[in-house]
Design a protein around this ligand. Structure first.
Ligand code: ADP
Ligand code: MG
Length: 754
C-alpha cells in the first residue's frame, strides 16, 4: 500500500513510525517508548566499536583487535567469580602453506550473567578487545561481541571499522531491531528537534546543538562524536534541573520570615539531660548548625544526611524540643497567653510515626510538653480533639504521617517542621508542608532528614535550595553487618541456621515483598512509596509504567509465617506484621517484638524505615532481587543497631542483570554512601529530587552526574540565567520558559514572586 501516512511529529504515537506495526508498538510501550519523541530519546547505553577486522593469525598480544570466527566450544565455570569461556576459531587464518598459524582465541567473560544463553557452539561471532596471552593461546577478557547472522549478507560481509549503538532492549525487541527502527525514522524526526540555546552558546562549551546531538548519539561517526552528543544532551537536562533549583532559591529569598528561636545554654542543657546517651561529635556538630539556623528570621532549610543508624532521630528531637522550649525574641514570657511554639515531625509510614511517638513519649514522661500522634488511623473524636488542640496551641509536638498535610490541620504557631526519610515523600508533599501557612503567616523552619547520603557536591546540586549537614559517624560500638547473597535453593539451610541463632537468644526480621496472594507487586524502580499506608489525603506521586510481565508466584508474608511456625521455626514465636493490620495490632506486635516476646518477625517493607529494635541482629530477605537498592540498604539498617554481630541474608536467584547488580552491591558495600552512588547509576537522580516523571531521562545521564565539568557548568549557566531573568520574561527566553514549566510546573512557579 502506498501509504498516505501523515508526517511524523515528536508527539506522534510510535505506532505511526516506519517499521513499527501493532505488535512492535506494544513491545516498544513495554520499554516506555510511546511517542516518536520517546523513540528519539531512547539512547544507546553503549556502543560496539569495531576496528577493521584482522585474521586471528595476525593479531598480537597487548594490542586491541577485532576478529571473527566460529565458536568451537563454550563452558560456564561456576567458580567465584563466575566465568564463561568460549573458544573461537577463525577458519580464514588456516592456510595450507602456514600450518603453524594460530587460528584460535580463548574468550573469557567474568561475572557476565546469562552468557550461556547468548553464545553457543557453532555461532559465527565478531569480537573486539585487547589481546592477552593465556598459556600458549591468545585470549580476550570481557571482549565486546556481536553474533553475526550468516544469512544476512550485509551483516556477514562487512569487515570494516564501524560503530554500532547498543540499545537498552527487551527479549522481544533486541538491540538490532531497535537500531533498525530508530535508524529508519531518524531523518524524519531530527528536523523537529527544538533548540534551547543559540549555537554559539553551545559551541563555546564544546557541545553540539540539540539537533546535531540527537543525530550523533544514534549515528556517531566516531566515538568522540558519540561522547560529545551525550554530553550535549546531558548538559541540556542538567541545565533544566539547575534552573528549577535556581528558581526555587529565588522564591525562598523572597519568602516570608520565620520565627527566630534562640536556644540558650539552659534549654540546651535541659534537652541533653533527657537523652540516655552522649551525643557523637557528628551529632553535636549538626546541632550547632541547627541552633544557628533557628536563631535567624530566615527560615532554616536544612537537609540532614546520615546513614541508617547514625542517630538522626535524636537530632530531630533536639530541634523540636528547642523550638517548643524557646520563646521567640518578640513574644517573651511576659505575654500571659503565650503557649509556646509548635513543632511537627512527619514520617513516611505509620509504623515509623508510631515509633517516633513512643520514643518521644518515653523521653518526655512527666514533662510539660504536650505530644500527640496524627496518622490516617487516628479518626473520629480523637482526630477532632487533636485538630482543635493544634489550632489553639495546647499541643506542642505533633508526630504524624502525610495526614499532617491535610487542610484541616491548622497550627497556632508552627515554628519547625521536621521531615524524616524525606526521600520517601513525593516532592509536592515535601514542599507543601514547608509552605503550609500558619495563622500568623509566618514560615516554619524546616529540617529534612534522609538516609540516602549522596556525594556532597551532588547534594548541593540536587538540593541546591537546601543547606546540607552530614552525620558521618556511627554511635560507638557498632560492628559491620555480615551480608551474604544465597540462592533460594538454600532456604532450608538458611532457616535451620536461623533456628540455632534464635535458640541462643537472637531475634530476626524476615522480609518478604508481598502481604498475601493479592498484594501488589513491588517495583524496585519506584520503591512504591507509601504503598501500604491506608489511603492518605495527599496521593503519592503516580508514575506511568508499562504493565510488568506476569510475575512468578511470590513468597508472601501470611503464607511464610504459617510455613515457618509449623515447620523450621516451630519451637519459636513467629510474628507477622504488615501495612493492612490495624494500628493497634501493629503497635502491639512491635511492642511484643521489642520485649522479645516474638523471636522472628515476618514483615513486609512496613519495617523498612526507622524501626529500631537493637536486639534484632538478623535479617533474612526473601526475593531480595525484588527490592530496590536503597530499599535493601534501609532494610538492612534495621539490624546492626546493637553491639553484637549482625547478619543480613539475601535470598535471591539471578534473574536480571539489574537485580544481580543490586544484590551484589549490597554484599560489597556497607556504606550508604557507596550504595547511593550505585543506586544513582542504576536509577538516576530523578528519585532524589523527586521529579519522578523525569526518571528515565535521568538514568540516561547518570554516569555524567559524576563528570567534574558538566554539572558545575550547567549549574553556573542556569544560575546566571535566573539571576538575570528570574521569571524568564525576556522574549529570548520564551522557549526555555515553556520547556521549564512543562517539566517542573508541579514544583516551581514562575509567577507571583516578590
Ligand atoms: P537513624 O539515623 O537511622 O534514624 P536512629 O536515630 O534510629 O538512626 O538511631 C539508631 C540507634 O542509635 C537508636 O537506637 C538510637 O537510640 C541510637 N543512638 C543514637 N545516637 C546515639 C549515641 N550518640 N550514642 C549511642 N546510641 C545512639
Ligand atoms: Mg531514622
Amino acid at each position: 500500500m502506498v501509504s498516505a501516512r501523515p508526517p511524523l511529529t515528536l508527539s506522534t504515537p510510535v505506532n505511526y513510525a516506519k517499521s513499527v506495526g501493532e505488535i512492535r508498538a506494544l513491545q516498544l510501550a513495554a520499554l516506555s517508548i510511546k511517542t516518536c519523541n520517546d523513540l528519539l530519546g531512547h539512547f544507546p547505553r553503549d556502543y560496539l566499536h569495531y576496528a577493521d577486522e584482522a585474521p586471528v593469525a595476525l593479531i598480537r598480544v597487548g594490542e586491541m583487535a577485532t576478529i571473527r570466527g566460529t565458536l568451537l566450544q563454550t563452558r560456564l565455570i561456576r567458580t567465584r567469580p563466575r566465568r564463561f569461556e568460549a573458544l573461537l576459531e577463525d577458519p580464514a587464518s588456516r592456510t595450507p602453506d602456514n600450518r603453524d598459524a594460530r587460528t584460535r582465541c580463548v574468550l573469557t567473560w567474568f561475572n557476565a550473567f546469562g552468557m550461556e544463553n547468548k553464545l553457543q557452539p557453532g555461532m559465527l561471532i565478531r569480537v573486539a578487545g585487547k589481546v592477552t596471552a593465556y598459556r600458549d593461546r591468545f585470549q580476550m577478557v570481557n571482549p565486546q561481541f556481536e553474533v553475526l547472522d550468516e544469512s544476512d549478507p550485509e551483516h556477514a560481509a562487512s569487515r570494516s571499522a564501524r560503530i554500532e549503538p547498543i540499545y537498552p532492549a527487551s527479549v522481544e525487541l533486541t538491540t538490532q531491531i531497535l537500531a533498525r527502527i530508530i535508524d529508519k525514522n531518524l531523518d524524519e524526526l531530527l528536523p523537529q528537534v527544538d533548540e534551547w540555546f543559540p549555537e554559539a552558546h553551545l559551541h563555546e562549551r564544546n557541545l553540539f546543538t540539540r539537533r546535531e546531538a540527537f543525530g550523533k548519539i544514534h549515528r556517531p561517526a566516531t566515538m568522540k562524536d558519540a561522547i560529545t552528543a551525550k554530553r550535549t544532551l546531558a548538559y541540556h537536562e542538567f541545565f533544566l534541573h539547575q534552573a528549577a533549583v535556581a528558581i526555587k532559591r529565588f522564591h525562598q529569598r523572597h519568602s516570608s520570615p520565620a520565627i527566630p528561636l534562640r536556644v540558650d545554654d539552659r534549654v540546651d542543657a535541659r534537652i541533653r539531660a533527657l537523652l540516655p546517651f552522649d551525643l557523637t561529635a557528628a551529632q553535636n556538630r549538626v546541632i550547632d548548625s541547627i541552633r544557628k539556623d533557628l536563631a535567624s528570621t530566615k527560615p532554616m532549610n536544612r537537609l540532614l544526611q546520615g546513614d541508617v543508624g547514625s542517630g538522626k532521630t535524636v537530632v530531630a528531637l533536639y530541634a523540636m524540643l528547642a523550638a517548643t522550649a524557646t520563646k521567640s525574641a518578640d513574644t517573651g514570657p511576659q505575654h500571659s497567653d503565650f503557649k509556646g511554639h509548635q513543632a511537627a515531625l512527619m514520617a513516611p509510614t505509620e509504623i515509623l510515626a508510631e515509633q517516633h511517638f513512643i520514643t518521644l513519649s518515653k523521653l518526655l514522661e512527666g514533662k510539660k510538653v504536650q505530644l500527640a500522634l496524627l496518622t490516617g488511623s487516628v479518626t473520629g473524636q480523637d482526630r477532632q480533639r487533636i485538630l482543635g488542640q493544634l489550632a489553639d496551641g495546647s499541643i506542642h509536638l505533633i508526630v504524624g504521617t502525610h495526614s499532617l498535610l491535610s487542610e484541616s490541620v491548622q497550627f497556632n504557631s508552627l515554628a519547625l517542621v521536621v521531615i524524616d526519610e524525606q526521600h520517601k515523600f513525593g516532592v509536592e508533599q515535601r514542599s507543601f508542608l514547608r509552605t503550609k501557612p500558619t495563622a500568623s503567616g509566618i514560615a516554619p523552619h524546616t529540617l529534612v532528614m534522609t538516609a540516602t547520603p549522596i556525594p556532597r557536591t551532588l547534594a548541593m546540586t540536587a538540593f541546591g535550595d537546601l543547606d546540607v549537614s552530614v552525620i558521618d559517624e556511627l554511635p560507638p560500638g557498632r560492628q559491620p553487618i555480615f551480608t551474604k547473597m544465597t540462592p533460594t535453593s538454600n532456604r532450608p539451610d538458611v532457616y535451620s541456621w536461623l533456628a540455632k541463632k534464635l535458640q541462643s537468644g537472637d531475634q530476626c526480621y524476615i522480609v518478604v515483598p508481598a502481604i498475601d496472594e493479592e498484594a501488589p507487586l513491588l517495583d524496585p524502580n519506584t520503591e512504591a512509596p507509601l504503598a501500604e499506608e491506608p489511603s492518605g489525603q495527599s496521593p503519592a506521586p503516580t508514575v506511568e509504567r508499562p504493565a510488568p510481565p506476569a510475575p512468578p508466584p511470590l513468597i508472601n508474608a501470611v503464607a511464610l509465617q504459617r510455613e515457618l511456625q509449623s515447620g523450621p521455626l516451630k519451637n519459636f514465636r513467629v510474628g507477622l506484621i504488615h501495612g493492612r493490620l490495624s494500628r493497634e495490632t501493629r503497635q502491639h506486635i512491635m511492642e511484643r517484638f521489642r520485649q522479645h516476646l516474638i523471636d522472628a518477625l515476618v514483615a513486609t517493607t512496613v519495617i523498612e524505615v526507622g524501626v529500631d529494635v537493637p536486639n534484632a541482629a538478623i535479617m533474612i530477605v526473601e526475593h531480595a532481587d525484588r527490592f530496590g537498592l536503597s530499599q535493601l540498604h534501609q532494610l538492612r539498617g534495621r539490624v546492626g543497631r546493637g553491639t553484637k554481630q549482625s547478619f543480613c541474608i539475601l535470598l535471591a536467584d539471578q534473574k536480571t542483570d539489574d537485580a544481580v547488580t543490586r544484590v551484589q552491591a549490597m554484599v560489597k558495600h556497607a556504606s550508604g554512601f557507596k550504595i547511593a552512588e550505585e543506586d544513582l547509576k542504576l536509577r538516576g537522580m530523578g528519585h532524589l529530587i523527586g521529579t519522578a516523571q523525569s526518571g528515565r531521562t535521568d538514568i540516561r545521564f547518570a554516569d555524567l552526574l559524576f563528570d567534574p565539568i558538566l554539572l558545575p557548568l550547567s549549574r553556573r549557566d542556569a544560575f546566571q540565567l535566573i539571576a538575570a531573568d528570574p521569571r524568564l520574561l525576556d522574549p529570548a527566553h520564551a522557549h526555555l520558559r515553556s520547556v521549564i514549566l512543562q517539566r517542573f510546573a508541579d514544583t516551581i512557579s514562575l509567577a507571583d514572586v516578590g
